[in-house]
Design a protein around this ligand. Structure first.
Ligand code: NAD
Length: 293
C-alpha cells in the first residue's frame, strides 16, 4: 500500500524554514515582512481562510494587515485600497481573498496588484513569468504540490504527469511547474473524452476537479504518486460533515506508491507556501539575497 505523504509535517518544516528566514530579514532590514489580506463580504469559508492566514503570518514572525470590507463595497473602493497597499512600504505581499462578490470585477482587481507584491501569483505578469521561466510568484497550491512531489520522488524529469483540472488557480500553473521539471504533461478537463485512460498512464497524478472521489482506485498505475488537491464538503453517514478529496483515497492507496490524504495533504502546504512567497517578496523588495526555501 501507498506511503501517505504527510502534508502537515512538510508544511510545519517549511514554516520553520520561513521563520528562520524572517528572523534574518528582520535583522538585516530592521522591519518585519508584511502581508496584507483583504476580505470583502462575509463568506464563512473565506473568513476561516483569512483568520488562518493571519495567525500563520504572526507565527512566522511577520506583520499581518487584515482589511475587512463590507459585501457592498464598490469596485472603485476596493481598487483604491489596492493602490494604497501597493504604495505602502511596510506591505510586501498583497492577497485579495477570492471569491469576490459578483458585482466586483475580479480580473480588474487582481491586475491592479503590483506584480512584485502578488504573493498569490494570479497577476497576468506572474502567469507569464511562470510560463516563460522567469522569477515571479507561483500560485501557492500548485507550488505546495510540487514541493510534496520533489520531497517524495526527488528528480521528476521524464515522468508522465497527468493534471486533472485546468483552473487558473491550480490546474494550469501545476501543468507549467511540471513542464518546468521536464515531465511529460497531460492536462485533462471537463471535455476530455476518457480521463481514466490518461490517468492510467501517469507516474504522477494531480487531481484538482472539485468532485468527491472522482478519480477511482483502478485508474491508478501501480506505484504512481497521487496528489489530491480537492477539498469537498460531504454529509457523512453519521449525520456530520466531512472533508474528502477528488480521489477515492482507499482505492487509490491500495495501488499507488504515495498519496496525499484529505485533510492533511495539500491544504497545509498551501498556507505555508503563502508564508514563503511573502518572505521572498520582502527579500526581493529590499534587494536582499533570497533564502533557499
Ligand atoms: P475549478 O472548479 O475552478 O476547476 C475544476 C476543474 O475541473 C475545471 O478545470 C474542469 O475542467 C475540471 N473538471 C470538472 N469536471 C470534470 C470532469 N468530469 N472530468 C474532468 N475534469 C473535470 O476548481 P479549482 O479552483 O481548480 O479547485 C479544484 C479543487 O481543489 C476544489 O475541490 C477546491 O476546493 C480545491 N482547492 C484546494 C486548495 C487547497 O489549498 N488544498 C486550493 C484551491 C482549490
Amino acid at each position: 500500500t501507498a506511503m501517505i505523504i504527510d502534508g502537515k509535517a512538510h508544511a510545519a518544516a517549511l514554516r520553520a524554514r520561513v521563520a528562520d528566514g524572517v528572523a534574518g530579514f528582520v535583522a538585516a532590514a530592521g522591519r518585519k515582512p508584511g502581508l496584507a489580506v483583504v476580505l470583502v463580504g462575509e463568506d464563512p469559508a473565506s473568513a476561516v481562510y483569512v483568520r488562518t492566514k493571519t495567525r500563520m503570518t504572526a507565527e512566522a514572525g511577520m506583520a499581518g494587515f487584515e482589511h475587512r470590507l463590507p459585501a457592498d463595497t464598490t469596485s472603485d473602493d476596493l481598487l483604491a485600497l489596492v493602490d494604497r497597499l501597493n504604495a505602502d512600504d511596510t506591505v510586501d505581499g498583497i492577497l485579495v481573498q477570492l471569491p469576490l462578490p459578483a458585482h466586483i470585477d475580479e480580473r480588474r482587481v487582481l491586475t491592479r496588484i503590483d506584480p512584485d507584491k502578488d504573493v498569490d501569483g494570479f497577476h497576468p505578469v506572474n502567469v507569464g513569468r511562470l510560463a516563460t521561466g522567469l522569477h515571479g510568484f507561483v500560485p501557492c497550491t500548485p507550488l505546495g504540490c510540487l514541493m510534496l512531489l520533489r520531497a517524495t520522488l526527488g528528480e521528476l524529469s521524464g515522468l508522465e504527469a497527468v493534471v486533472v483540472g485546468r483552473s487558473n488557480i491550480v490546474g494550469k500553473p501545476m501543468a507549467q511547474l511540471l513542464l518546468q521539471q521536464s515531465c511529460t504533461v497531460t492536462v485533462a478537463h471537463s471535455r476530455t473524452r476518457d480521463v481514466a485512460a490518461h490517468v492510467r498512464r501517469a507516474d504522477i497524478v494531480v487531481a484538482a476537479v472539485g468532485i468527491p472521489h472522482f478519480i477511482k482506485g483502478d485508474w491508478i498505475k501501480p506505484g504512481a504518486s497521487v496528489i489530491d488537491v480537492g477539498i469537498n464538503r460531504i454529509a457523512k453517514e453519521d449525520g456530520g460533515a466531512g472533508l474528502v478529496g477528488d480521489v477515492d483515497f482507499a482505492g487509490a492507496a491500495a495501488v499507488a506508491g504515495a498519496i496525499t490524504p484529505v485533510p492533511g495533504g495539500v491544504g497545509p502546504m498551501t498556507i505555508a507556501c503563502l508564508m514563503r512567497n511573502t518572505l521572498v517578496a520582502a527579500c526581493r523588495r529590499v534587494c536582499a539575497a533570497e533564502p533557499e526555501l
